[in-house]
Design a protein around this ligand. Structure first.
Ligand code: LLP
Length: 393
């Protein structure tokens, strides 16, 4: 929630606060983290925060401080998580194309598990582990369960036509290969079918698939200690203030009711978006109002370089004018980049908007700051934290 006092504080910083910037509501993050952890602890579930959603050190310290493990997809994410309080034995390492250097960073840091996505990758990790010597490393198999996540095609990862994971028809070859991999031990099965999933039936279907894969491996003599079902829980982008904290209780209870673990098996999750999306807003200032024949444009100083989700996925972010409560008008809200896709929203109702007004793009804490680029040689957006407003430069 962006409260009025904070808007007043920004206004007083107006001359010295550069826009655009990401504003993080630290209290909301703490509440979200505590809710997720509490609901998981009640059921004995283990959480690995997916750094790819937001790797800002100030947020990571809160998340890891609350006892989350880490889900990383690069050597740099492994370093970033370790620097900000994650414990090495909690780091899961995913990714369809891990480089040799990335793998070595994982090996030298004795991470929890490498989640492997192909036979050549398994061979390479075994080869690099042999060079390092001294130890047997844990691997998981990322399985492509062929489940439709019913989300945007670019963030759907669990269908057989997606590049991710190992498909059922390759299992025989994989287990044959594992017999010759002397430096690796299979300890888990890993799944991640997509992101921004709001239909709980999708997770029910995932559980059913996981049950049958888990049985398949048990029948062949594998004693797997861990099942990891990835991330994916969606957030309310339309009306964020109504659902600031995602419904973790319902989400986890779907798994509690539908997933059959064998005795001793632990269930792991890798939430990203659901932890950080709602605590972040992109704050931008209005540069110009351009009145056209059929459209009125609000041209803001943030662009697709700062928040690419609308341009890339047609994602909706709720937009608020923080400086005006005049009667509403219809606008397209656009950025300054030389691309027609640099548009945050079409035909939205906003209070009459003027140059200099502050605009908030809500629910931008996940896949916002971390996906920013310097296209057009723009500067990267900076971050402002609700508990450190006094130190805004
Ligand atoms: N685990 C794995 C293996 C993943 O690939 C992902 C996300 C997650 C966990 C975290 O999923 P979440 O809980 O955040 O849904 N840039 C896109 C989202 C890409 C997600 C990629 N994988 C967006 O802005 O919507």
């Amino acid at each position: 929630m962006i409260d009025k006092a904070i808007i007043d504080q920004w206004s007083s910083y107006k001359s010295k606060t550069k826009t655009p910037f990401y504003y993080y509501d630290v209290d909301l993050l703490k509440q979200t983290v505590a809710t997720a952890k509490n609901e998981a602890d009640k059921r004995g579930y283990i959480l690995h925060y997916a750094l790819k959603a937001n790797a800002n050190p100030n947020l990571l310290k809160i998340i890891f401080g609350a006892g989350f493990g880490a889900d990383c997809v690069s050597g740099n994410e492994i370093f970033r998580s370790l620097q900000n309080g994650a414990k090495q034995e909690t780091i899961a390492f995913a990714g369809v194309g891990k480089s040799d250097l990335d793998i070595q960073i994982g090996l030298y840091n004795n991470i929890f598990v490498f989640n492997c996505e192909s036979i050549p990758e398994i061979e390479n990790i075994n080869y690099l582990a042999r060079l390092k010597g001294l130890k047997i490393y844990n691997i998981g198999l990322r399985i492509n369960p062929d489940v439709d996540a019913k989300t945007h095609e670019y963030i759907s990862t669990g269908k057989k036509e997606n590049k991710f994971g190992i498909s059922a028809w390759d299992f025989d070859k994989v287990i044959e290969k594992l017999e010759t991999m002397k430096y690796l031990r299979l300890t888990s099965l890993h799944f991640h079918i997509g992101s921004q999933i709001t239909d709980m039936n999708v997770f029910v279907e995932l559980c059913q698939r996981v049950n049958s894969f888990n049985q398949w491996f048990k029948d062949r003599g594998f004693e797997l200690e861990h099942i990891n079902v990835g991330g994916g829980l969606g957030v309310d982008y339309q009306t964020p203030d109504k659902n600031l904290i995602p419904d973790f209780a319902t989400y986890f209870s779907v798994f509690e009711q539908n997933l059959k673990l064998f005795p001793g098996q632990k269930l792991h999750f890798e939430p990203g978006r659901s932890i950080v999306a709602q605590c972040g807003s992109l704050i931008t200032r209005v540069l110009y109002i351009k009145e056209g024949k059929t459209k009125n444009f609000v041209i803001v100083d943030a662009g697709m370089t700062d928040l690419i989700r609308p341009a890339l996925y047609h994602a909706h972010h709720h937009i608020e004018n923080l400086s005006s409560d005049a009667p509403e008008k219809v606008y397209d809200v656009v950025g300054p980049i030389c691309e027609s896709s640099d548009c945050f929203a079409k035909d939205v109702l906003l209070p009459e908007t003027k140059r200099g007004n502050f605009i908030a793009l809500r629910s931008a804490g996940a896949y916002g700051e971390v996906m920013a680029s310097q296209y057009n040689l723009r500067e990267l957006p900076h971050a402002v934290f609700s508990d450190k407003l006094g130190s805004v430069k």
